[in-house]
Design a protein around this ligand. Structure first.
Ligand code: ZN
Length: 486
């Protein structure tokens, strides 16, 4: 479905690699734009009411009014004498030139990370929609254990569109794809009437809206979700409940410095339940190895006593990727470690590797993330994840950049800890877009402890000794990190 100026229609798509393309002619037809095609030179000029955009086949450049050039992150292609454009990158170019608000709303069918395989498909349709402002108003509700701020919307937001992070006594909420009128800032300003909130500010960016809230009081945690029932973005600020205040430190000397101490870790054993993870030649299931190592690591950390330990799972149960970081956020964990075993078609691939979240362009790292992200096939609501290739995802993960430095440092220390304990090949630290690390409000890493697809490593990972050594290696990395981040 597409709509523009109130009209609706459908555009066929073609998928190349991880991009969704539409025919430029069809798009022009829909938008009532004239165009001129030069089949020999494989060029098309699109005439806007206030200028023109020239496109060439197999080229990522849009030449605007013959002098300005914009580059899209993907190239066009040529098929049946028509230029096909990567729709999500080309729509913003049109909008920028025309001042329109044509909206690419993703594919009608779920568009999952399997799109890495280069299959063509004309079956799906692209949703394009003309929309105006989509963040409409702000309401709040005081709850016994916190504050619920609702932002009413007329658009469905994915979890990857939303992020919240806290730095000292400021809370930053980012809505990727959010658009507001001037009235919206006034509505947000009203939050300043609340005793919990100091300043309430709104920043309008090109592709997002950021709401910054200054907190007058300590909070226990924060979360932002899109509630499809009410059609609202909900920001939940948890405050200490009255019966908890007894053991809650009330240090109003700025916000409690202890709040930022690394006093809690959540250990995430990858996969579980109906999701076995990777399976080795001898039928070893990744989910069993990860759980065993996670529990051993937890025991070691508990024995060490430096921080509280929690798990996303302690039994063979299925937990969605989103739920894992939500658990860590809800527990106000200061570190999040997800444990996995790697797998590769190449049976010789070997070694251990630690990842932190980033919109990586490195193919090898991306393929590890793609493999781990496949876990969402077991989930009921796959749409909450959005498209990992989408710039929104990249934006959302960038929003976590406040933790990137720490996450990278933690990853490096875990690699070092492991290299001193186990004899497998050290594959180093990499960055890749893992769903399971998305939305974590703390430094977070994913450890691939070895290749279950490698016969030797599969056998090794099954041994009690290996699992213990790996747990100790990770422990030493964590302790090193804590030491250098007092
Ligand atoms: Zn895994």
């Amino acid at each position: 479905m597409i709509s523009h100026n109130g009209r609706s229609g459908k555009l066929a798509v073609s998928i190349r690699g991880d991009q969704v393309y539409v025919s430029l002619n069809e798009l022009a037809g829909f938008l009532n734009l004239r165009y001129y095609e030069n089949h020999e030179k494989k060029k098309t000029v699109l005439y806007l009411n206030n200028g023109e955009i020239k496109l060439s086949a197999y080229n990522s450049f849009c030449v605007i009014n013959n002098d300005e050039v914009t580059q899209m992150p993907a190239v066009t292609f040529w098929q049946n004498k028509v230029i096909y454009v990567p729709v999500k990158y080309f729509i913003p170019v049109i909008n920028k030139q025309t001042g329109w608000a044509v909206k690419y709303e993703g594919m009608q069918t779920a568009f999952l990370p399997t799109a890495w395989s280069s299959n063509d498909s004309a079956a799906a349709a692209v949703n394009l929609k003309e929309t105006g402002n989509n963040l409409l108003g702000v309401a709040y509700e005081k709850k016994k254990n916190g504050l619920l701020i609702s932002i009413t919307t007329n658009k469905n937001f994915a979890s990857t569109d939303l992020s919240v992070w806290r730095n000292k006594n400021w809370l930053y909420v980012t809505v990727s794809g959010g658009r507001i009128s001037d009235d919206f800032a006034g509505a947000v300003k009203k939050l300043e009437q609340l005793s919990l909130i100091g300043k309430a500010l709104v920043f309008r960016h090109k592709a997002s809206v950021q709401i910054s809230l200054q907190l007058n009081e300590e909070i226990d945690g924060q979360e932002v979700v899109y509630d499809s029932n009410s059609g609202a973005i909900q920001l939940i600020l948890r405050t200490p409940t009255p019966n908890e205040t007894g053991n809650h430190k009330t240090n109003h000397d700025g916000l409690n410095k202890d709040k930022w101490k690394i006093d809690k870790i959540v250990i995430d054993a990858g996969h579980g339940g109906k999701d076995p993870g990777a399976i080795g030649k001898n039928k070893t299931k990744e989910k069993d190895i990860t759980l065993s190592i996670a529990l051993k690591l937890g025991d070691l950390l508990k024995k060490n006593g430096m921080m509280k330990v929690d798990y996303t799972r302690t039994t063979d149960e299925f937990i969605s990727l989103k739920k894992r970081t939500q658990t860590a956020n809800a527990m106000n964990a200061k570190l999040f470690i997800s444990i996995h075993c790697n797998a590769s078609k190449n049976r010789k691939s070997q070694g251990f590797e630690t990842f932190f979240l980033s919109p990586s362009r490195d193919d090898e790292a991306r393929s590890v993330a793609a493999l781990e992200n496949e876990a969402i096939q077991f989930e009921d609501d796959k749409n909450v994840y959005g498209d990992i290739n989408d710039e929104k995802f990249i934006l959302a993960s960038m929003m976590q950049s406040v933790f990137v430095r720490e996450s990278e440092e933690l990853a490096a220390m875990i690699q070092q800890g492991l290299s001193k304990k186990i004899n497998l090949r050290n594959r180093g630290v990499s960055q890749a877009p893992f769903y399971v690390l998305m939305g974590a409000s703390m430094p977070s890493v994913l450890v691939e402890v070895g290749f279950i697809s490698n016969k030797t490593e599969e056998k090794y990972l099954l041994t009690e000794k290996a699992q213990q050594d790996i747990a100790e290696g990770i422990l030493n990395g964590i302790l090193q990190f804590v030491k250098s981040n007092p």
